[in-house]
Write a protein that binds this ligand. Structure first.
Ligand SMILES: Nc1nc2c(c(=O)[nH]1)N[C@@H](CN(C=O)c1ccc(C(=O)N[C@@H](CCC(=O)O)C(=O)O)cc1)CN2
Ligand SMILES: NCC(=O)N[C@@H]1O[C@H](COP(=O)([O-])[O-])[C@@H](O)[C@H]1O
Length: 219
């Protein structure tokens, strides 16, 4: 059967970059963003956060980022009639961002050609399970508990055109305990998220891997 639908070329990882300039996109508390800055300050992650913005003007993390001295663009400055993705990628381009980190960013992004393969997302489950539309924050942990699985964790993946379907870069797992609540599971998964995102940034910036279809392999 033939289709006239335009096919999107497969994602490719970018070339190595010694000290990546990071753009970080948030929607909520900014804990993931501040953890990245903590890792940089501790000398464990050789990177620089050069641009931060959010999908919503009331994201608490924006104030926390400003307090920390990070460069923040106010989402309220988006002109009416300009799409969120167009506005966000214009800002990231202006700041010559190498890698874009979706750190609890809750909107679907339309990723332009010059940023394909450079956008990383962290998700608090072991994808491909418990991902997709409606799966964010504690909703993920509640779905995990209701399913009865005994292991959960987090995934850092390259963002493609859809929610949570891009090639997987890093996964970390942890047990699901029989007396867990969504909050206790969230805390255990977060302990894994703290190192998974920096690991994925180092992996992509290192330039020593490539994608073979969806599979990450040594270059
Ligand atoms: N092009 C891509 N954009 C985004 C990706 C991606 O992989 N490709 N990942 C998401 C992050 N994500 C989980 O990791 C996620 C975020 C939000 C939702 C969701 O259902 N959102 C609601 C709106 C919620 C709100 O604004 O409060 C919705 O779309 O109706 C699902 C998954 C980031 N973007
Ligand atoms: N589907 C995306 C998703 O659920 N992301 C999750 O939201 C939290 C963001 O917290 P923060 O806003 O305090 O950094 C993080 O746990 C992240 O994995």
């Amino acid at each position: 059967m033939s289709s006239d639908a335009p096919s999107t070329p497969p994602l490719r990882l970018p070339p190595a970059v010694r000290r990546p300039r990071l753009g970080v996109l948030i929607s909520g508390g900014g804990t993931t963003l501040l953890n990245l800055q903590d890792e940089i300050d501790a000398g464990r992650l050789d990177a620089e956060i050069v641009a931060v913005t959010a999908s919503r003007a009331d994201a608490v993390g924006l104030a926390r980022a400003k307090q920390r001295g990070l460069p923040v663009a106010d989402p309220a400055d988006k002109p009416a009639g300009v799409g969120l993705s167009e506005h966000v990628f214009g800002y990231l381009r202006d700041h010559r961002v190498d890698l874009v980190c979706l750190a609890g960013f809750l909107s679907l992004l339309h990723i332009p050609e010059d940023h394909r393969g450079r956008v990383l997302n962290i998700h608090p489950s072991l994808l491909p399970a418990f991902g997709g539309l409606g799966m964010y924050g504690n909703r993920v942990h509640r779905a995990v508990l209701e399913s009865g699985v005994r292991v959960s964790g987090c995934t850092v993946h390259l963002a493609d055109e859809a929610y949570d379907t891009g090639p997987i870069l890093v996964q970390r797992c942890c047990p699901v305990e029989t007396d867990d609540t969504a909050d206790s599971l969230k805390r255990r998964v977060w302990e894994q998220e703290k190192t998974a995102f920096p690991d994925a940034i180092r992996l992509v910036a290192g330039g020593r891997h490539r994608l073979e279809g969806r599979r990450l392999v040594r270059a």
